[in-house]
Design a protein around this ligand. Structure first.
Ligand code: ZN
Length: 184
């Protein structure tokens, strides 16, 4: 997902210059609908991938990025809601509560935002790059990012969280967009 206002506290500094920026897969790419594989072995081999995912996310700019969005069908996401970057491997939602409405967007559905109501608070459990179990939780943007990114790892886009009628219209809009001659 990305913030509606790119100035939303997203830090872009402090990144070594050697990192790579991946192209972000967009709506229609089958990898986005495929449930990602759990990571079985935690190794430093993932360090470079994580750095590149963060670089790709900051450049977009976004507040979260899941591995399937760069074509890697593994249960990994990175995020930074303004409190510093973190990564979760094999995350699962442990608990949600309350509700919160937010204009939610997704780097894989560029240019669109929909007001989506979801639980306001979410707590997730997963692993860090060393295989240590970690828990991350938060309200509002943090809670939303956790739910949004973990949806990605299940092969689910935010479109599936829209009320049925809104979703139909959204899909029509996306189809029209896709058919329009583009100079992008
Ligand atoms: Zn997304």
């Amino acid at each position: 997902m990305r913030p509606r206002d790119p100035g939303m506290g997203v830090p872009t500094a402090n990144l070594p210059p050697s990192m790579a920026i991946f192209p972000i897969r967009v709506f229609g790419d089958p990898v986005l609908r495929t449930p990602a594989e759990p990571v079985e072995e935690f190794s430093s081999a993932y360090e470079r991938l994580i750095e590149d995912m963060l670089e790709t996310m900051y450049e977009a700019p976004g507040v979260g990025l899941a591995a399937p969005q760069i074509g890697i069908s593994k249960q990994i996401f990175v995020a930074d809601v303004g409190e510093g970057p973190f990564v979760m491997f094999n995350p699962e939602i442990l608990e949600t509560r309350d509700t919160w409405s937010f204009d939610e967007g997704c780097l894989s559905v560029p240019g669109y935002f929909w007001e989506i109501e979801r639980p306001g608070f979410a707590k997730a459990r997963g692993f860090d790059i060393d295989g240590n179990e970690i828990e991350v939780s938060g309200d509002e943007l943090m809670g939303r990012v956790l739910q949004h990114e973990i949806d990605h790892l299940a092969g689910m886009l935010l479109l599936e969280r829209l009320p049925r009628r809104v979703r139909k219209q959204a899909l029509r809009d996306l189809r029209e967009d896709a058919m329009r001659p583009t100079d992008r």
